[in-house]
Design a protein around this ligand. Structure first.
Ligand code: NAD
Length: 276
C-alpha cells in the first residue's frame, strides 16, 4: 500500500488516506487505532469532542512506529472558542495524546451564530506560531467564513474538512478551497454507509470487481480529496486501504458526481450551534 501524500500550503505533507475515529467509544479507540496502524494506516483523524484522543496516543506509542511517521489531526471543541480556552484546550489535547507536537489542529465548527470564529482563528495562529502544531486549519467552514478569515487574519488555513460524499459533492466549496490553496478533506466519505446501496455505485463496483466502499473512496481520491473512513471491523479497515491497484475511468467519476442531491447526513455549518 503506497498511500500518496498531499502537500499542504505550508509545505507539510499529509497522507491522502487516513483513519477516522468519530463515534469510536473512548475505551475501544486504542484497539481500533492499533488495528489501523497494523493494517498500514499512517494518518489518524480525532477531535476533542470525540473524547478519545488518549486512546489514539496510546495506540501510537504501543505500536513502536516512530511518532514522525504518523500524521495526527485533532480539532478544537465547540466549548473552547474563546482565546484563552482555546490555548488551554490545545495543551490538554497534547497531554491526552502524549505528544510534544500535533500535525494538524482544526477549528471543528465555525459556530458563527454563537461565537466569533475570527477570535478563535487568531488563537489558532498563536498555537501555530508556538510550533506545537505543524499546521492549522478549519472544518465545516463555508466560503463566507473563509473570506472573513482571509481579510481579517494572517495564516491561510491549510485544510477545510467538510462533509462530502456522492450525495453531497460540494463542487463549489471545493473550487473555492483550491483557489485559496486550502486542501479539502472529506468527512463521512461514505455518508456513513448511506451511498453503498446506490445502484450506480453498485454497478461500477461490479465492473471493477471491487466493493462499493472502495469505489466511493477511490472517487474521492481521484478528485484530490483527503479522506479518513471509519470502521471498527478489521476486514473493512483493510478493504478501505486497498485502493491503490485500480482506477476509475473519467466516466465512472462523472457518473458518481452526478448522484449529487445536496443531501447532508450531518449538521448544517450555517446553523449548527451545539456546545458540549
Ligand atoms: P464514514 O462515511 O467513514 O462511514 C463510516 C461507517 O460506514 C462505518 O461506521 C460503517 O458502518 C460503514 N463502513 C465503513 N467502511 C465500510 C465498508 N468497507 N463497507 C461497508 N460499510 C462500511 O463516516 P464517519 O465516521 O462519519 O466519517 C469518517 C471520519 O470523518 C470520522 O471518523 C471523523 O474522523 C471525520 N468526521 C468529521 C466531522 C467534522 O465535523 N469535522 C464530522 C463527521 C466525521
Amino acid at each position: 500500500t503506497a498511500v500518496p501524500e498531499i502537500m499542504l500550503n505550508n509545505g507539510v505533507r499529509i497522507p491522502q488516506l487516513g483513519f477516522g475515529v468519530f463515534q469510536i467509544p473512548p475505551d475501544e479507540t486504542r484497539d481500533a487505532v492499533a488495528t489501523a496502524l497494523e493494517v498500514g494506516y499512517r494518518h489518524i483523524d480525532t477531535a476533542q469532542m470525540y473524547r478519545n484522543e488518549k486512546g489514539v496516543g496510546e495506540a501510537i506509542r504501543d505500536s513502536g512506529i516512530p511518532r514522525d511517521e504518523i500524521f495526527v489531526t485533532s480539532k478544537l471543541s465547540n466549548a473552547f472558542h474563546a482565546r484563552d480556552a482555546a490555548l488551554a484546550s490545545f495543551d490538554r489535547s497534547l497531554e491526552a495524546l502524549g505528544f510534544d507536537q500535533l500535525d494538524l489542529f482544526l477549528v471543528h465548527w465555525p459556530l458563527a451564530t454563537v461565537s466569533d470564529y475570527v477570535e478563535t482563528w487568531k488563537a489558532m495562529e498563536e498555537i501555530y506560531a508556538s510550533g506545537r502544531a505543524r499546521a492549522i486549519g478549519v472544518s465545516n467552514f463555508q466560503p463566507h467564513h473563509l473570506r472573513r478569515l482571509h481579510t481579517e487574519t494572517t495564516v491561510v488555513p491549510a485544510v477545510n474538512q467538510v462533509e462530502i460524499h456522492p450525495y453531497l459533492v460540494q463542487d463549489e466549496l471545493r473550487a473555492f478551497d483550491t483557489e485559496h490553496e486550502i486542501a479539502t478533506e472529506a468527512w463521512s466519505p461514505l455518508a456513513q454507509g448511506l451511498v453503498l446501496d446506490d445502484p450506480v455505485i453498485v454497478q461500477i463496483a461490479k465492473d471493477h470487481d471491487r466493493t462499493p466502499a472502495q469505489v466511493v473512496l477511490r472517487w474521492h481520491l481521484q478528485r484530490g480529496e483527503i479522506v479518513f473512513p471509519k470502521s471498527v471491523t478489521r476486514a473493512r479497515v483493510e478493504e478501505n486501504l486497498a485502493l491503490f491497484d485500480f482506477e476509475l475511468s473519467d466516466g465512472d467519476v462523472a457518473a458518481i458526481t452526478a448522484l449529487d442531491r445536496g443531501q447532508r447526513t450531518g449538521a448544517d455549518p450555517d446553523t449548527f450551534d451545539w456546545i458540549p
